[in-house]
Design a protein around this ligand. Sequence first.
Ligand code: FES
Length: 105
Amino acid sequence: MPETIDICPTSDLPPGAMRTVEWEDVEIMVVNCNGELLAVEDRCSHDDGPLAEGEIDGAACTVECPRHGALFDLRTGKPQTLPAYVPIETFPVLIEDDVIKLEVD
Ligand code: FES
């Protein structure tokens, strides 16, 4: 049964903004890519790099791992470049009463 966790009011995460949240030892980054709200695990599948510290391309909706440069699609979690080849986890984002929420399980 998925659980829903509140992140923040929608006004706190405008386009281009990012924030991290921790849920049961999982670090999750929530990104507003040009109005599209996306959430992925904040941990690179290559060697646990902190993705939230990497560069986000808001136009392409990608994040570049700061450790060895793997590029991940924030919509699908799939790596677009090596050295990562395993997708990172993605989380559904909902908006209810102007509050951004994540579905986690
Ligand atoms: S830890 Fe992310 S590319 Fe190596």
